[in-house]
Design a protein around this ligand. Structure first.
Ligand SMILES: [Fe+2]
Length: 174
């Protein structure tokens, strides 16, 4: 039997230093990434908190820290792809901020937006914002969806989110 190699991509990490509650410094970040590479991870998205009221990382600051990290990894010959992104808390102005170019999509490619839902209640306005993102050919990816009780404990909600073509992560995240 031939076992095909599995591509492992971490789509959500708080690996960048100096932006949120992630890595304390570049040395620590590089060590964690080197460990991930040894475990077979081929790519990691660096996704600090954005718009959550505590950490409001700006797009240009994330890109600058990401560049610093990439240079550090290259200096240490750590062979893994690190891409920029953000974990964006869903607020009422989500779509307007996306349209204004404030929000960093995964890989800065314009296709996938990593979102953090409100912690408890998800109301209709959230679905409407998801739909507006879809109209812009942007697919929302929900970070640690398992934390939200409306999703975690309700198969109907899970089906609804599936209908809206959202992607789920199942493992605990930072
Ligand atoms: Fe997170």
């Amino acid at each position: 039997m031939i076992v095909e190699p599995i591509t492992m991509i971490d789509v959500h990490s708080h690996i960048l230093p100096d932006l949120d509650d992630g890595s304390p410094d570049l040395t620590h970040a590089a060590a964690v990434i080197a460990d991930a590479a040894r475990q077979g991870v081929q790519a990691i998205f660096a996704t600090p908190h954005c718009c959550d009221g505590v950490y409001n990382c700006r797009r240009e600051d994330i890109l600058a820290e990401w560049q610093n990290l990439c240079e550090a990894l290259e200096e240490e010959s750590i062979d893994i792809q690190v891409l920029p992104g953000a974990e964006i808390r869903v607020n009422h102005d989500l779509v307007e901020r996306f349209d204004a170019g404030d929000l960093l999509t995964l890989g800065d490619a314009g296709h996938y937006l990593l979102l953090e839902l409100p912690p408890m209640f998800i109301d209709r306005a959230v679905f409407e914002m998801m739909n507006r993102l879809k109209q812009r050919n942007v697919i929302p990816i929900i970070a640690h969806a398992e934390r939200n009780p409306m999703i975690a404990g309700d198969r109907i909600w899970q089906r609804n989110f599936s209908f809206w073509e959202l992607k789920f992560r199942s493992r605990p995240a930072v």
